[in-house]
Design a protein around this ligand. Sequence first.
Ligand SMILES: [Zn+2]
Length: 360
Amino acid sequence: MTQPLIIDAHLDLAMNAIEWNRDLSQPLAHIRQREMHLKDKPDRGKGTVCLPELRKGRIGLVVATQLSRYTPPGSSLPGWHSPQQAWAMTQAQLAWYREMEALGEMVQIKNGPELESHLQLWNTTSLPDEKKPVGYILSLEGADSLVDITYLHKAYAYGLRAVGLSHFGPGRYAPGTKKEGPLTPAGIELLKEMGKLNLILDVTHLTDEGFRQALEIYQGPVWASHHNVRQLVPTQRQLTDEQIKQLIERDAVIGGMLDCWAMDIRFIDTISDPWQLNIKLENLVDHWDHICQIAGNSRHIALGSDLDGIFGTEQSPWDLDSIADLRKYQGILTRRGYSPADIDNIFHGNWLRFLRKAWA
Ligand SMILES: [Zn+2]
């Protein structure tokens, strides 16, 4: 019997390919080997994501990002010194996705019919999984690189289907994680334009004030691609119970993430050790439980792992070596009392319901 498909709604694949210089078409051991001697980033040699591992885990559909920040004078965050440079970086990332398509490694999914035919491909057994392309829905994490509103239309034309206004720090459209305050006037304009294109608004990385405003202004489809629960990890980066309720009212889906920092409040970036703190895949189930208690069902939780999102095994659950280990959730969730129907919801059903409705 084939294993149920998994959808992961947040992976920075092109950033890993272009800025980390990872050839994601290669086996994981090969990618790690090639960067073992590098010291420029803390996660060198510790990556968990590549296309063969996605296939091995039957993670046949992902939301893949373009990610490029503008950094104003005086900001200590890494980023580009002009929106034009940030845009150029997103175009390099797009070019990499196109090259993966040319190799048959990936396929872009932009609408309902493409989604259905991709599912059919993954659900037919005649072709071995190793030969199936990984589908990707293109998302922009932080909108800084949209030089002005006309660039949103350019991006839509090449297949962009979801947008998060902010990332970390100050943003041209909205302040992000570790900041406070409202959307900028340009951010409000951008939301109105996104509505005309029926783009998916990703609320992950908004400030509390930005979140409130965005949900008021935006009437189109809304998700939280990679987001955990603030009750369990009390930092501004995670969702309050009130925000979870608002998202449920909008029939949103919340992707649970596997950055240790977002799973356990004790974890300190670049200092803590997941093994020492015993942070394992199951910790995410506590976050899922909390959301299910509020919702009264399992229809609003799913995966948005963020694996290799500027961290590797040094900052992921210790019982995960590669993204294929997402399959372990089958056993973990069963043990925690989730039914096969709940597990189907979490693995793919909820994202599919969301996408089918958004793209109907
Ligand atoms: Zn993120």
